[in-house]
Design a protein around this ligand. Structure first.
Ligand SMILES: NC(=O)c1ccc[n+]([C@@H]2O[C@H](COP(=O)([O-])OP(=O)(O)OC[C@H]3O[C@@H](n4cnc5c(N)ncnc54)[C@H](OP(=O)(O)O)[C@@H]3O)[C@@H](O)[C@H]2O)c1
Length: 277
């Protein structure tokens, strides 16, 4: 493979790369919240980590914590996933460090509260780039490694917002509907293989998410602690036949199912009222 360009093929990137003695998990959005918790859980399970986000200080602190608590080797990759070049650069960095990837968690993401009419266009573009495009490209570029691994795992973090449109957070809900649809399709493409693919669709969790979004008006649903959310993901992944997606929390799961069954006008009216649209 030519250096400086990640492989476009479906072959694992391993030919020129020495197998790592411990499995390796790449976690985006590892500087905070759900991504940081995934990193801790993989460390407990004996994985080495690659931590991806913009805030290098947070990633370095987590890397130190994982090394001290679990003897983990954690590589910090600082990347702004709103930059269209970032996914390929992340994969190039993995190659240059000789890392084959066994697990990928795409947790990086953010939302924005408010009507589309007044949304900042650059922020809209960045939201789609991070939540959709970067997630899709990292999934694609690392899929050959994941599929070749004896314990391949791909987790893409969607949201309960994936189950109905989101007045006052229209772009965010649409990006998460994409993540769910995309990930479930990839699940079907790998059904019967060793690769475990999961769309994790949490309801509200106590992270920095609502500060970044600019409001907690769309903090709608059953609030769960972050460790509970990640527990649910690992319980699903540990099943002999993992489901394509999982919604943590019985009430959140029931609401998501109901949203798919009720008339669209009614769903939109309720969604708008709950979000203060
Ligand atoms: N919390 C909730 O209620 C909730 C509910 C459903 C789904 N989710 C989803 O869960 C995922 C994790 O969110 P969270 O709740 O843990 O929120 P969070 O605490 O705000 O964490 C978001 C993570 O995404 C990273 N990120 C954001 N923009 C980025 C960019 N341009 N480049 C690289 N990394 C970026 C952040 O890192 P840096 O700022 O350091 O770059 C941070 O690590 C997101 O996809 C979110 O949509 C959250």
């Amino acid at each position: 493979m030519p250096l400086g360009r990640p492989s476009q093929s479906s072959a694992p990137r391993g030919a020129a790369i020495t197998a790592h003695p411990r499995p390796v998990a790449v976690v985006t959005g590892a500087s905070s919240g759900i991504g940081a918790e995934f990193a801790r859980r993989f460390a407990v399970r004996g994985y080495d980590l690659v931590l991806v986000a913009r805030r290098a200080d947070r990633l370095a602190a987590l890397a130190d914590e994982l090394a001290a608590d679990h003897g983990t080797t954690a590589t910090v990759l600082t990347a702004d996933l709103a930059d269209p070049a970032a996914p390929a650069e992340v994969v190039r960095e993995l190659e240059s460090r000789g890392l084959l990837v066994d697990a990928l968690v795409n947790a990086a993401g953010f939302g924005t509260y408010g009507p589309l009419l007044t949304a900042e266009p650059d922020r809209v573009a960045a939201e789609i780039q991070v939540n959709v495009t970067a997630l899709t490209l990292l999934s694609r570029l690392l899929l050959p490694d994941l599929a070749a691994s004896r314990r391949g795992i791909l987790v893409n973090v969607a949201s309960t917002a994936a189950y109905q449109p989101g007045p006052s957070f229209a772009v965010y809900a649409a990006t998460k509907a994409y993540v769910r649809s995309f990930t479930e399709a990839v699940w079907a493409e790998h059904r019967g293989s060793r690769l475990r693919v999961l769309a994790l669709a949490p309801g509200p969790a106590d992270t920095e998410f609502f500060d970044v979004a600019g409001s907690d008006r769309f903090r709608v649903g059953q609030v769960l602690p972050v460790p509970r959310v990640v527990d649910v993901a690992f319980r699903a992944l540990d099943r002999p036949s993992p489901p394509p997606s999982v919604v943590p929390g019985l009430r959140n799961a029931a609401t998501a199912a109901l949203a798919g069954a009720l008339p669209r006008r009614l769903v939109l009216r309720v969604a708008a009222r709950l979000a203060g649209a």
